[in-house]
Design a protein. Structure first.
Length: 268
């Protein structure tokens, strides 16, 4: 009898936690979702917020170029360091959108898909509990160039590239997004200066990413003012910070220096 009560109590606690997380993360999941042919799909930012609220983080185990494309494997790690789930993300050479993209972009998308998939495998029920009309298939897995009407991004006529207003202090800038229908994520944003120039935010180590998140700001250098690209990078860093609540003490106190992230590596 005591065993049955223990199982029942555990189930109630898990359900209560899932319900609490659904309410806590509903806004970010809904606001970052992507509409494809009239259906709303959860993007990687939403999945990561749900995982973070459960005290978990998705970690990339490997990225491998295999026959037919690029494969990435991700693990979902809880606060005790235990692996709760594993999943694979794949970018195929037969995908029209990604076949023409550089290798680093293909690798980044494979990692993004792996992260979304591993979080979805553990927390799909949380999205259902949100009751927000969201599909539980990760948005990054939905083909964007398929001739099947279900998979095409909704568009009745060609439209100009969407823009997003980036607010930084008192300055408001319109930054062009990628073409409509292409995945847009802070993980795919490329650093445009310094020793990590050409590297996406998703390819940085955890330490490197947190350094940029907490220490780098657009600022004048000599007679040159910060560019729109600088403000856009800061905006995406701010997006990524919503998923990482704890900053290592040595970064906060400037007591450790990472050789791959030099303070002098500013874009001006």
């Amino acid at each position: 009898m005591s065993t049955e009560l223990s199982v029942a109590n555990s189930a109630q606690l898990n359900h209560r936690q899932a319900t609490d997380v659904a309410g806590l993360c509903r806004d970010i999941v809904v606001n970052t979702s992507q509409k494809i042919q009239g259906r709303n799909y959860v993007r990687v930012e939403g999945w990561q917020s749900i995982a973070a609220a459960h005290g978990c983080i998705a970690s990339i185990d490997s990225v491998t170029e295999v026959e037919g494309g690029i494969s990435a494997v991700a693990s979902l790690i809880d606060k005790d360091g235990k692996t709760r789930a594993k999943a694979e993300g794949f970018v195929g050479a037969d995908e029209k959108t990604w076949a023409a993209r550089p290798k680093y972009a293909q690798r980044a998308m494979a990692q993004t898909r792996a992260i979304s998939r591993v979080c979805r495998s553990a927390f799909a029920h949380v999205v259902v509990l949100m009751n927000a009309g969201l599909e539980t298939t990760p948005a990054e897995e939905i083909p964007q160039d398929d001739t099947n009407s279900f998979n095409k991004v909704e568009a009745s006529k060609p439209a100009p590239k969407p823009v997003q207003k980036v607010v930084h202090e008192s300055k408001i800038i319109e930054v062009p997004r990628q073409a409509a229908g292409e995945p847009v994520s802070w993980r795919d944003v490329v650093i445009h200066f310094g020793k990590n120039k050409g590297t996406t935010l998703g390819q940085l180590t955890e330490y490197q990413l947190k350094w940029y998140q907490t220490k780098w700001e657009p600022q004048p250098y000599g007679d040159k003012q910060p560019t729109e690209q600088d403000y856009a990078l800061r905006k995406y860093l701010d997006e990524s910070m919503a998923l990482f609540s704890q900053v290592p003490e040595d970064i906060e106190n400037n007591t450790r220096r990472n050789p791959d992230v030099e303070v002098e590596d500013v874009p001006f």
